[in-house]
Design a binder for this molecule. Structure first.
Ligand SMILES: Cc1ncc(COP(=O)(O)O)c(C=O)c1O
Length: 387
């Protein structure tokens, strides 16, 4: 099956749809067994999509988990109430007291917060590394390094990492490679073809696609799946069947939405690139973006999220520009049908491996599914506030 056909059919086994087009929403905590033999059968098979107890999932969860496994290409997928829970549970599944973690410096801010507080208090040390480090990662590996965490492209500054090089170096010493694959959404980059062991997503973004649910996923290869599944379960992680159903609905249109996000974002980015006040475009498809060569080599396309830098540090002017936008709403998320804008703050404090040196302000855009000419017109009037 080709990728688009798979997106339509994944997770639609008749035992989950019960004859309808979509998997039914099965809400449940308690499962009732007819007799002891049935209960024993459920207990034995509780890890294999068999109804046992709500926290292990209902048929709706099984359907979404299977669809995500098909999309990402791993051996199994654990579900979480949000992307952050997927990240923290994946880390906790493979780290213990005394271990060392290599964390990419441009990671999503709460991931950094988790390393600097909870992991630190547990006696797990973190070294942040430059996303562009490549072969240099070898020098940072310690005897107790157990996990290498990647996020590619990285939050806000969009550096694309050399995933196959980093993964193969990590595997020389049996280090588990975990990737935040939210930007690619399992569609634009196939993590297991590039040596990743666990691929995490905030399915809250493009998978759900409509900004109306929060859900996280972590998909693992054969070797890592049993440990991820069991440890996530022991941590009490699960997802609501209603949210799984919304995510399944979003998944069916992921590919067509993404094609439009990509086309509109590229048009906006090229237009911005022509504006004198804009000094840099940080979009993986632009050669001004660090790691563009890895994007060209490893990705099949891009989405609606990118950043641009303006030659203006006057806070009042920046605020006036942001406040004047009509179609771009201000918000911390992305991946829905709507356009969003976010001023990127605190980069100087958030980078510790390699200080953020660039002057000027960085603004992140999510290009939604509105008519792209309306979006450009909106940006054109907004940029006049900067001069
Ligand atoms: C790259 C990335 N990873 C993870 C998350 C966390 O997802 P959630 O908001 O579902 O916890 C986000 C949210 O913005 C994100 O941008």
């Amino acid at each position: 099956m080709k990728s688009d056909t798979k997106l339509i059919n994944s997770g639609r086994d008749k035992k989950w749809t019960q004859g309808g087009v979509n998997p039914v929403i099965q809400r449940a905590s308690t499962m009732i067994f007819e007799n002891v033999a049935e209960m024993k059968h459920a207990t034995r098979n509780r890890m294999n999509d068999t109804l046992f107890y709500g926290r292990r999932g209902t048929t709706t969860n099984f359907a979404f988990s299977k669809a995500m496994t098909d999309l990402e290409g791993g051996a199994g997928c654990a579900l979480y109430p949000c992307g952050t829970a997927a990240i923290t549970s994946a880390l906790l599944s493979f780290l213990k007291h005394g271990d060392h973690l290599l964390m990419v410096d441009n990671t999503y801010e709460p991931t950094r917060g988790f390393c600097d507080s909870i992991l630190k208090n547990m006696g797990i040390t973190t070294t942040y590394y430059d996303p562009m480090i490549g072969e240099g990662i070898r020098d940072l590996i310690q005897e107790n390094t157990r996990v290498l965490f990647l996020e590619s492209p990285g939050s806000n500054t969009m550096e694309v990492q050399d995933v196959p090089t980093l993964s193969s170096i990590a595997h020389e010493t049996d280090i588990t490679v975990i990737l935040d694959n939210t930007w690619a959404s399992g569609l634009l980059f196939k993590p297991f073809d590039f040596g990743v062991d666990v691929s995490v997503q905030a399915a809250t973004k493009y998978i759900v696609g409509h900004s109306d649910a929060m859900i996280g996923t972590a998909t693992a290869n054969e070797k890592h799946w049993p440990q991820l599944r069991e440890n996530s379960y022991l941590l009490g992680q699960c997802a609501s069947p209603d949210d799984c159903s919304l995510a399944l609905r979003g998944l069916r249109t992921l590919s067509v939405r993404m094609a439009q996000h990509q086309a509109s974002a590229l048009k906006v980015a090229h237009w911005l690139n022509e504006q004198p006040i804009v000094t840099k475009i940080l979009h993986p498809a632009f050669d001004t973006c660090p790691g563009h060569e890895f994007y060209k080599r490893d990705f099949t396309g891009s989405n609606g999220l990118f950043s641009f830098q303006v030659n203006c540090s006057d806070e009042n002017k920046i605020n006036a520009m942001l406040d004047s936008l009509h179609h771009f709403k201000m918000g911390f998320s992305w991946g829905g049908f709507e356009s969003l804008v976010l001023p990127v703050n605190g980069l100087k404090q958030l980078r510790t491996a390699k200080p953020w040196q660039q002057e000027g302000r960085l603004i992140r855009l999510h290009i939604g599914l509105e008519d792209v000419d309306d979006l450009i017109e909106d940006l054109a009037q907004a940029l006049t506030h900067l001069s």
